[in-house]
Write a protein that binds this ligand. Structure first.
Ligand code: GTR
Length: 437
């Protein structure tokens, strides 16, 4: 898949992904060299007082959201939360996938009047044989809706094209037919549908392109103050806009009578896992979170100082973050947020944290330890957190026959999303929402 993904990256020129299999030069892969560290405590307020009861939690939660806004993702503009949207159903309920699904395609216009401004294209499949309102899994994709499945009916909406190593202007291009289904393995749409779930996706570049100098091309200028030409210290970065775009898709989904409005699960891989986490942190309508290798600035722990660091994130992807994030370069033990606090913001909703053995760059054990620590919040709120504090063997999901709210696995292989990940996710959804097929 790696070769195909790279070919696609060259074609569509969006995402140069690091070789996660080994650590890049200058990063120590030996975990025994990790310096001792102390985690931030989700159950202690910034003023040092304790979160003693579930009744104290909303106040601490508000404090944490604010810290993430100020220091990492930036603030979602108030105006963006209330923007009048317009939904246009471009295609309604067309039989697809040999009769196994119905396909709908919807344009979400971020303006009630203008068609030429930013908009996102939502692709939705409903399992053909399902009855009643159907739970849905939604996720942002990296390269365009047509890449998630080789279905000739998926519209070839424009994607950002830019040769990886040039500085020429970015432009939108109609993707080639050959890009259809190039991420089939990563998305496993047919598996999702076969298990009785609906599937929805949006191309992240519809909202904000994934380039360092992309700001003018995405949604951010829509919300500038009069006279503003560049982001202020706490203005949102691309991750914030992507999270917002996911919520706008939920605005549509909740109007669709085929979709179960309170059974919307969000998923995402890597940077789009970070975006999914942040979306769910801000928007309680995401009822279950399935997050794959979201790594640092996602669910992993800065404080372990293992794998990717803030210096790398800020240097390579400054456009993902608010301007303030740059302050924390080299200061992983001082930044006032961390992966365990992100997972705490998801509590008490069911969350599945997934790592891969060769994805050292994301720090799998950091992802696990975050889940262990955030489980204290789940317990405070009367839910069941992760059922073990011991790092599980590879390919042994931390699971119990009883319902649990925090799940984890580390699987064989590299930084990726695989059928194995989806099998666990779908079982987790079955566990919480009842088996559908
Ligand atoms: C990496 C980056 C990670 C992760 C990943 C991805 O290069 O260092 O933080 O987000 O890209 O999104 O593929």
């Amino acid at each position: 898949m790696m070769r195909r993904t790279l070919a696609l990256a060259v074609l569509l020129a969006t995402v140069p992904s690091l070789a996660h299999a080994q650590m890049p030069a200058g990063y120590d892969p030996d975990e025994s060299h990790i310096q001792p560290y102390t985690l931030l405590d989700p159950l202690t307020f910034s003023d040092g007082s304790r979160v003693n009861t579930a009744a104290d939690w909303p106040r601490r939660r508000t404090e944490l959201l604010r810290l993430f806004e100020q220091n990492v993702y930036g603030r979602t503009p108030e105006a963006a939360k209330h923007i009048p949207l317009r939904f246009h159903v471009d295609e309604a309920d067309t039989p697809a996938l040999g009769g196994k699904a119905l396909r709908r395609q919807i344009t979400v216009y971020f303006s009630a009047r203008r068609e030429d401004g930013p908009k996102e294209h939502l692709l939705l499949y409903l399992p053909a044989n399902a009855h009643g309102p159907i739970p849905v899994v939604i996720g942002l994709n990296f390269f365009g809706n047509q890449t998630v499945l080789a279905d000739p009916g998926i519209r070839l909406n424009p994607v950002w094209a830019r040769a990886q190593h040039t500085t020429g202007p970015a432009h939108l291009e109609t993707p080639a037919e050959s890009t259809r289904g190039m991420q089939t393995q990563e998305w496993q749409v047919e598996k999702v549908l076969a298990r009785g779930y609906a599937f929805a996706t949006i191309y992240c570049g519809d909202i904000d392109p994934d380039f360092t100098d992309s700001i003018q091309l995405g949604v951010r200028p829509l919300f500038y103050a009069p006279g503003q030409t560049a982001p202020a210290a706490e203005d949102w970065g691309a991750l914030g806009t992507w999270a917002w775009g996911l919520s706008r898709a939920v605005d549509y989904l909740q109007t669709d009578r085929h979709v179960a409005p309170h059974r919307i699960a969000v998923t995402g891989h890597s940077r789009l896992g970070k975006a999914a986490d942040w979306a769910a942190a801000q928007d309680p309508r995401f009822a279950i979170i399935l997050s794959t290798e979201s790594g640092k600035a996602g669910q992993s722990l800065y404080r372990r100082r293992y794998g990717e660091d803030i210096r790398h994130l800020e240097h390579s992807f400054p456009h993902w973050f608010c301007q303030n994030y740059a302050k924390w370069v080299g200061r992983e033990t001082e930044i006032p947020v961390d992966g365990n606090l992100m997972l705490s913001l998801l509590a008490p909703r069911p969350v599945y944290v997934a790592s891969a053995k060769d994805d050292l760059w994301s720090d799998p054990r950091g992802e696990f330890l975050s889940a262990v620590d955030a489980s204290r919040v789940y317990r405070l709120l009367g839910h069941q957190g992760l059922v073990t504090t011991e790092f599980p063997p590879v390919d042994h999901p931390v699971d119990t026959p009883v319902q649990h709210d925090v799940a984890y696995h580390i699987r064989t292989g590299k930084h990726d999303v695989t059928a194995y990940d989806w099998d666990q996710y779908l079982s987790f959804l079955d566990l919480h929402w009842g088996r559908r097929q």
